[in-house]
Write a protein that binds this ligand. Sequence first.
Ligand SMILES: NC(=O)c1ccc[n+]([C@@H]2O[C@H](COP(=O)([O-])OP(=O)(O)OC[C@H]3O[C@@H](n4cnc5c(N)ncnc54)[C@H](OP(=O)(O)O)[C@@H]3O)[C@@H](O)[C@H]2O)c1
Length: 312
Amino acid sequence: MGIRANAVWAVLGLPFSLLSVFYYIYVYCCKEKLMLKDKVVFITGASSGLGAACAEAFYTAGCRLVLSGRNVEKLNLLKVRMEKSKEGTGFHSPAIVTMDLEDLPSIKEKVKEVLAAFGHVDILINNAGKSYRGVALHTKLEVDKMLMDVNYFAHVEVTRAILPQMVERKTGQIVAIGSVQSRIAIPHRTSYAASKHAMQAYFDVLRSEVAQYNIGVSVVNPYYIATNLSTNAVSADGSAYGKLDANTKAGLQPEYVASKVVSCVVNRTSELTVAPPHIDLAIALRAMSPWLFFKIMERRAKKEQREMNKDR
Ligand SMILES: NC(=O)c1ccc[n+]([C@@H]2O[C@H](COP(=O)([O-])OP(=O)(O)OC[C@H]3O[C@@H](n4cnc5c(N)ncnc54)[C@H](OP(=O)(O)O)[C@@H]3O)[C@@H](O)[C@H]2O)c1
């Protein structure tokens, strides 16, 4: 090729290359907005904490929301706050469907209401949850069952009711909000940790089965988040725990964790642990040297037990 031909290619090629670079920067920066605009997102446990933060994050990205929980006043306050923040900008008004996840037989009918709100659901965020603080030895069976119902069986039932239209439409993304306790179990959380381990296993298996329908499953396992989870937790005898634990108070900001949930949906991430590095180390230790992890937990259980006895 002659010098003249090279010069012509350089002149033609330069603008084309620049355009491609700008296009990729644009797509990279706006991926979230491009992918999420007008998507229908159903969030359980949207009335507070992480669920409310996820609602705000998906709403800001232009999604159509269906918010659920038991506390209709809190859900309405959230809806009004979000609507006000985007007044006159053509954002969709969120729908509210109250749902008590302890009432497993009611879930199928409630999900029909959810699907009726916008005709379908693109993204399901299984977020609602209840924590627990107590000694296994003194815990009532009703408490164990309630934790498994709310943290595990309810998510299974909601997901199974949402899935058929995702399968039919050959698209969808399901998020399960677990906990670092989906991977490591710590003392005085028996059935909470058990329910989160169960959730992790269920959604890991589901991921493999629904991939053929272009449905993604993300399990997001956060460290402590600064919410009212411990205040709303249940004690061994079924009474409210009612205390904001220091670890929870000093936890991650719900908005930060919500931004990670959004990026998991956009990037179709299968699993994400949102936690400081020492938690990754603890998870690795549990896998590689279980005996050492169990020894550390034994000491922690004794220490916590002494503190509990002092508080009495
Ligand atoms: N905070 C943390 O340290 C932490 C750490 C790791 C993982 N997580 C997980 O993050 C998720 C959100 O918890 P959060 O920290 O945001 O706590 P939160 O502020 O107590 O929120 C829990 C949400 O779950 C809903 N919920 C509880 N029981 C329900 C029921 N029977 N039926 C329907 N909804 C119910 C609550 O709504 P209503 O009260 O309106 O029913 C509320 O919106 C949970 O799955 C939790 O396990 C939290």
